[in-house]
Design a binder for this molecule. Sequence first.
Ligand code: GLN
Length: 202
Amino acid sequence: MVRVGVLALQGGVAEHVSALAGLGAETALVRRPADLAGLDAIVLPGGESSVFDRLARAFGLAGPLASAITDGMPALATCAGLIYLAARIEGSARGQQTLGVLDVTVRRNAFGTQLDSFETSVRVAGLDAPVPATFIRAPEVVGTGPGVEVTSRLEDGRIVGVRQGAVTAYAFHPEETGDDRLHRAWLESAVGRGPWQERPAC
Ligand code: GLN
């Protein structure tokens, strides 16, 4: 069985756990470096990226998590998770740091405040039909490095999905909609073994 960690410092953890469990994956909550041991893949949920940053650094998790992803642990990130992985952010909170493992520039809160949240459907590379997508204080990807593939855009051209190696990230929340196609597609691509599993737990 595939064992998938869900970063559980804050945010929409339960929705991802239930989507993954519904697809038959074993899930594990990740808060401390030792929680990374034995994972096949990891999900970074939505929430508040500056809080992820503060807590991950306080728990000593930021460095080991960045190393695991750099070493090839497959990752799925949504909304704040995307921001937390990004190499560059616009509109960062004071002193906010990121893991910097995804070579994109993201603009935080690019679609406005919580009140401007909306649902739409988006096309995603690899899926033949659009998926429902919830945008909640969502970021927009405004720049991509050479190794980054754009997998989803809104109709106005704004980038809301990217992939770089084993990292898949969306600006929206697929886990809020009850449609598990993006989790399924990611899980299928994430199954496998890699060097991150040899990394000893701290
Ligand atoms: N705006 C939030 C942030 O900067 C992200 C919102 C979300 O994850 N729904 O982290």
